[in-house]
Write a protein that binds this ligand. Sequence first.
Ligand code: NAD
Length: 272
Amino acid sequence: MTDTRVGIAGAGGRMGAALIRQMSATAGCRLVAACERSGHLAVGRDVGDLAGLGALGVAVSDSAEGIFRSAEVVIDFTAPDATASHAEFAARHGVALVVGTTGLGPAHEAALQDAARKIAIVRAANFSIGVNLLLALSERVASTLGADYDVEIVEMHHRHKKDAPSGTALALGEAVAEGRKVSLADVAVRGRDGITGERKPGAIGFAALRGGDVVGDHTVIFATEGERLELTHKASHRRVFAAGAVRAAAWVKGRPPGLYSMRDVIALTGGA
Ligand code: NAD
């Protein structure tokens, strides 16, 4: 089999560096192109130098559309507006997409849905295997324990993170809501302050902490009178997200159009 030709959008970012390192250590995938936003310091530099690997012969471009001309799959960990426009390029050039960007609003989601009519997209709020198991477990525990158990989802991330709660926390909320057969939008409580009154039965609460260099901690708490069950995942290195995203890139090549999840990639179905 020939190598999968992969492009990276957002090569100068934290995940960009982790992806370049992961690609260089993965057989069967070849990094052929990379881009950054215009004016970013990484533009024009060799991707290998950015990731501390020495020159790899691929320069970072400021033309996002350019990378869709040479890659078969593009991995995008950038920002919501950038991801929406990359989805359009991907559909135009028939290139599969792996999206890790979080904090997408309804217009960004619609852009992904549109593109997924023409190309295959794997989108995940979290590409780690452990978190994807946590999603399946949370759904199963929620359906087993029922609504008498109050659910609170607590996350902590590094000081540079721009969106809150994290995309993973929201995905965990969706998993719990799915287990309870309710809509998350109807029961979510996103942060509390002041005289909030008593907790509403059935609410799914979120709390977001920010500080230091925390890569990503998530805990789903199921609390009732007399006991509390806590499911926790802690990522200590971005390599786990990069490894999952590169695995998704190899998986998505040649798939029919559609919006896929990490559950599809690692074949996790139903309860874990
Ligand atoms: P970062 O800010 O370090 O990197 C993002 C990079 O994208 C920056 O270098 C920025 O200049 C670049 N960028 C912005 N607009 C661009 C454009 N139009 N074209 C090309 N590049 C552009 O952030 P990060 O920590 O690497 O995270 C990036 C995104 O990935 C965030 O949304 C974050 O929440 C998400 N994330 C997801 C996972 C996951 O597993 N799904 C894991 C970690 C981070």
